[in-house]
Design a protein around this ligand. Structure first.
Ligand code: GDP
Length: 377
């Protein structure tokens, strides 16, 4: 694993025995490994690159099979394989321009501006795709929060129960003490989804709808995806529902028309662009479609069919840095800045890509990454 010579001791797994083996080893001058030390050595010795090292941690921490699969792809070098060709193209461009400078006096024609710009565009395109996929990568890695909001009695809790019933809960239900919210984390298509039910609203039945608005707003503020539930058998949208739908425009929301068993064919006024799903929490109709719609919403930025995406902020920031430097380079060409200056921008674009795979990463960043590992990995 580390490429170092190692001694492995296999023994029976009783804690007493294992403890004693460690004690004896320590007494003979062995020291305990630091968190992530084995993986760090594997990286420093060139067996794996930094994205693969990070994937080791992701693999250990994964809570769903899908997360593990994504981490395993990363461990196999999926992200590096996407970045490598981009880097190569950038190096080629740099080499061309460097040659142009070195031979400027020998009549070697430097790269025409349009060609250079086209070259940069080809480099930037795959980086932009990577950047776009980050929202999905983040969701896969961290999971997301889904809030169920709406008026009292429309079936929010029933839907909540329907959504969690066939999914294995990752964490047991914890009745929210602070904000009257019930949450449960389930795996939806392999993505950890923290469901939040605004259960407290039920206690506020007698009070004005403003109470419901307040609670729903709180839940929505923290949510990545919002289910706005309404009663399909009601004649029109209530002021609360109108308010929720209006405020949801800026975020990812799905309108759920529940209780369709009571109103099979209501033609609802559909004033918003939000996706709608018709369900019956009572008999289970539409729940599969709702799950699919949630997954579709999550994956809207693309990503699920791709392998090798950015899964952490470090990688994302570096890709953004590289894109910004490429844009600066493009501007430099348009303004006919000397190639020496243009090259500085291109090197600025190259460096972050090197940092992603760890070709040129500073020690303090390495320590930061590996310190988050557990001991013995
Ligand atoms: P909440 O206040 O929005 O959380 O609503 P509940 O989930 O507590 O449901 C309120 C009432 O509506 C309960 O009596 C449920 O059994 C009932 N209910 C929920 N969903 C449906 C549905 O799809 N069809 C029918 N007929 N009743 C439902």
């Amino acid at each position: 694993y580390t490429t170092d010579d190692i001694v492995e001791i296999s023994c029976h797994g009783s804690p007493v025995l294992l403890g004693r083996v460690v004690e004896v080893a320590l007494a003979h001058g062995v020291r305990m490994a630091d968190p992530g030390e084995f993986t760090m050595r594997a990286f420093l010795n060139g067996r794996i690159d930094l994205t693969q090292a990070e994937a080791v941690r992701d693999l250990i921490e994964s809570q769903t099979l899908y997360q593990a699969k994504v981490a395993a792809q990363q461990l196999g070098g999926a992200l590096s394989r996407r970045i490598q060709p981009v880097k190569q193209q950038l190096v080629n461009l740099i080499a061309l321009l460097e040659a142009g400078i070195d031979f400027a006096e020998d009549d070697v024609s430097v790269l025409p501006a349009e060609e250079a710009i086209a070259h940069i565009a080809r480099i930037r395109q795959p980086l932009l795709r990577l950047k776009e996929g980050f929202s999905f990568g983040k969701v896969v890695h961290q999971g997301l929060t889904l809030a169920i909001v709406g008026r009292p009695n429309v079936g929010k809790s029933s839907l909540f129960n329907r959504l969690v019933e066939r999914e294995r809960a990752i964490v047991t239900a914890t009745p929210g003490t602070t904000r009257d919210l019930v949450t449960e984390t389930v795996s939806l298509g392999g993505i950890p989804v923290h469901l939040v039910d605004t259960a407290g609203i039920r206690d506020a039945r007698d009070e004005a709808e403003s109470m419901g608005i307040q609670k729903s707003r709180e839940a929505m503020a923290d949510a990545d995806v919002v289910l706005i539930v309404k009663d399909a058998s009601a004649k029109a949208e209530s002021p609360l529902e109108e308010e929720l739908i209006a405020s949801a425009r800026e975020r990812v929301a799905i309108v759920v028309e529940n209780k369709i068993d009571l109103a099979p064919s209501t033609a609802y006024p559909n004033g918003s662009q939000l996706p709608r799903v018709r369900t019956s929490a009572a008999n289970g109709e539409g729940i599969v479609a709702l799950r699919e719609e949630i997954l579709r919403t999550i994956s809207a930025g693309g990503g699920r069919e791709e392998t090798g995406f950015l899964t952490n902020l470090r990688q994302h920031q570096l890709v953004c840095d590289s894109i910004a430097a490429l844009e600066a380079a493009e501007n430099a060409i348009e303004q006919h800045v000397p190639h020496e200056m243009l090259l500085m921008d291109l090197y600025n674009a190259l460096r972050p890509l090197d940092d992603i795979t760890g070709a040129t990463t500073a020690d303090d960043i390495l320590n930061l990454i590996f310190s988050t590992f557990c001991i013995g990995k």
